[in-house]
Design a binder for this molecule. Structure first.
Ligand SMILES: NC(=O)c1ccc[n+]([C@@H]2O[C@H](COP(=O)([O-])OP(=O)(O)OC[C@H]3O[C@@H](n4cnc5c(N)ncnc54)[C@H](OP(=O)(O)O)[C@@H]3O)[C@@H](O)[C@H]2O)c1
Length: 162
């Protein structure tokens, strides 16, 4: 099973504020859907509540320490280890955030899909620093801002080399 992560960050690795995303970029939502469709997605309880609904076509796995937390249609577990174990038969699984979950899962991440949003936002939540000795950028596709996507952005794929 390949453990992958997908994230959108600004130029300083910011990912959120007040349990919300920092931007509305339809192109990134489309990219997220395309990349993750069909694979299990693992998220922290706060990210789930920020999204506010299950994401269709994917097994939704929510991590919380609250033993009585339930969400109909989702699998709720109390550790990252259990989240990964429940998907072990899958070809690939995606860690989709937020910061607490990315940080703890980082040592296990083999593939990282990152949308780099070319702006600096006021934020309270950040993706951990990407160690470029450990991750190689293997693909990148950049786009200018336009009427629907108001910031420039690059889709990037990194692979762990060590
Ligand atoms: N830009 C992006 O790509 C992106 C992606 C995802 C999220 N975000 C943003 O990130 C922010 C949310 O991130 P966050 O770091 O605050 O929260 P989070 O990682 O989504 O969730 C944190 C929660 O996960 C549970 N948790 C964490 N570690 C655990 C462990 N080891 N065992 C069991 N449960 C554990 C706890 O839930 P309980 O408190 O219930 O125990 C904890 O409060 C929001 O602003 C969101 O919009 C951005």
């Amino acid at each position: 099973m390949i453990i992958a992560a997908i994230v959108a960050t600004d130029l300083k690795n910011a990912i959120g504020k007040n349990n919300k995303l920092l931007w509305h970029l339809p192109a990134d939502l489309k990219f997220f859907k395309q990349v993750t469709m069909g694979y299990p997605i693992i998220m922290g309880r706060k990210t789930f509540e920020s999204i506010g609904r299950l994401l269709p076509g994917r097994k939704n796995i929510i991590i919380t320490r609250n033993k009585s937390y339930t969400v109909e249609g989702a699998e709720v577990v109390d550790s990252i280890k259990k989240a990964l174990k429940s998907s072990v038969a899958e070809e690939k699984v995606f860690i989709i955030g937020g910061a607490e979950i990315y940080t703890q899962a980082m040592p296990h991440i083999k593939e990282l899909y990152r949308t780099l949003v070319k702006h600096e936002f006021d934020a309270d939540t950040f993706f951990p620093r990407i160690d470029h000795d450990q991750f190689n950028l293997i693909w990148q596709e950049c786009h200018e801002a336009n009427e629907t996507n108001t910031y420039g952005y690059c889709f990037q794929k990194y692979e762990r080399v060590k």
